[in-house]
Design a protein. Structure first.
Length: 468
């Protein structure tokens, strides 16, 4: 019996088995993955044809010419005025106008005050011309106003550049003061440069220029000073050049200002407090050594008359001292006492007639106290306080660190000089020759002080945002 054989498989059956095997091993098919073409009908426009032109006009600043022509003449005029109108600036802060008014008031008050304090000296030293200092003070005030207005129109970027230019001019002027034939001396000091009819004191310009330079420097280097000592070295070089040139004139009060104000700016900028501790500790030691050497008249870096003034102030002597030491301060205190509460009246001062050596410059505050009394001096203190406050307030609302440091530096300068002059006249500080800002007779001091206020006004004006 033959074994039973199976029929041979056909090629079609093999293909069927391969497909079924492939179907079992492959993942299930997603029917949604098959692309399906869906007929899309064109959509209707989002806006009717009547409103399409109006909607397009809202998205454009200036509509096409046919649409303007479709407007009535009155509406067309309103539309043109709206499109071509200039942006309206928001009004400046009250501090801006307050600083401007206070500075102008001080400058205007300086004219009668200087005239009253200088008549006796003008009659004695200038051929009987009582108006000698008056006419010059009016000219100084006018030039100061022009400088203040010019500076107030500058942008902050131009203010930054201007301060470096003024710094270079001040350095050149200080070099000419001491090392050129143009230097002009008066008494024992050589502080001025004579250029024809003009007498310039570049130490006053150095104060304003150094404020701007230090504001620019510390606005960039304050962060680096937290981890390195090199910013302090660079700042010391920038401050040291005008400071040394001013000290060798000699001009002690300006030297003190040129040291204190940059140090205050570094403090405002956020320099490390540990560095200030080292600086103040060093200053305390040097101060004690200086006082000890001044008592024996053996301080090598100070003039003899400066040492006598410091020693006389520390000893408290008045009647038995010479005129070069404590005499001016003693006469200033007597003038304040004579003024009393309301003063003796404008022009009726007694101590300006030969008792005070400089009644229209360093000791004009004594003449004001004698003629206007305590009421007048307190009003003057209020004006200076307002100027300093407005400077700091404008700096507080500034948009960047340079603007803030510049405004704070100008406020510090005016406050330090006013406090120093009043402290000398009232007997709290030794005589150093520090002027009273703006009120003291002198073109360089007034013009530079008003220039500094103009820079602050420029920062304040830049803060006025443009309105819609």
């Amino acid at each position: 019996m033959k074994p039973q054989t199976q029929p041979a498989s056909s090629p079609q059956s093999k293909t069927a088995r391969h497909r079924s095997r492939t179907r079992r091993n492959s993942p299930p098919r997603n029917r949604l993955a098959t692309p399906v073409e869906i007929p899309v009908r064109p959509s209707a426009p989002a806006f009717p044809e009547a409103d399409s032109r109006a909607s397009r006009a809202e998205l454009r600043l200036v509509p096409p010419q046919p649409e303007i022509a479709d407007l009535s003449p009155r509406d067309n005029e309103k539309f043109e005025r709206l499109v071509t109108a200039k942006p309206v600036k928001a009004p400046c802060a009250p501090c801006h106008w307050g600083l401007l008014v206070a500075a102008m008031l001080l400058a205007v008050l300086s004219i009668p005050l200087v005239y009253s304090a200088s008549t006796a000296i003008a009659l004695d030293q200038h051929g009987g011309n009582a108006d000698f200092f008056l006419s010059r003070q009016i000219g100084f005030a006018l030039f100061g106003f022009i400088g203040m207005i010019f500076a107030s129109r500058l942008s902050p970027a131009k203010v930054r550049n201007l301060t470096w230019i003024l710094y270079g001019i001040a350095l050149g002027g200080l070099v000419m003061t001491k090392f050129s034939p143009l230097g002009f001396s008066m008494g024992n000091t050589e502080r001025w440069v004579k250029l024809g009819p003009l007498t310039l004191q570049f130490s006053e310009l150095a104060k304003i220029a150094l404020i701007g330079v230090m504001a620019d420097f510390w606005s960039r280097a304050a962060r680096d000073s937290q981890k390195s000592i090199w910013p302090w070295i660079a700042a010391g070089v920038l401050v040291g050049m005008p400071l040394v040139l001013t000290f060798i004139q000699p001009h002690l009060s300006a030297t003190i200002v040129l040291f204190v104000v940059p140090l205050a700016i570094a403090f405002y900028a956020g320099a490390p407090r540990r560095h200030f501790g080292c600086i103040l500790g060093t200053l305390a030691v040097l101060g004690m050594v200086t006082l000890a050497l001044c008592k024996t008249n053996s301080m090598p870096f100070l003039a003899p008359y400066q040492q006598q003034r410091i020693a006389a102030h520390l000893s408290g002597t008045s009647k038995d001292t010479a005129k070069t030491s404590h005499y001016q301060q003693d006469q200033g205190e007597r003038a304040l006492v004579r003024g009393g509460l309301t003063g003796v009246g404008l022009g009726a001062s007694l101590y300006k007639q030969g008792h005070l050596p400089a009644p229209h410059t360093d000791f004009i505050y004594a003449v004001i106290g004698e003629e206007w009394g305590l009421v007048g001096t307190l009003g003057l203190l209020g004006l200076y306080g307002a100027v300093v406050f407005f400077c700091f307030q404008i700096g507080h609302s500034a948009h960047n660190s340079f603007d803030a440091l510049l405004c704070s530096g100008v406020g510090t300068l005016l406050g330090v000089q006013a406090a120093g002059n009043i402290g000398v006249v009232s007997g709290m500080l030794p005589v150093t020759g520090m002027p009273l800002p703006i009120l003291t007779y002198g073109g360089s001091g007034m013009i530079c002080a008003l220039l500094g206020i103009g820079l602050v006004l420029a920062i304040s004006r830049s803060q006025c945002e443009e309105g819609e």
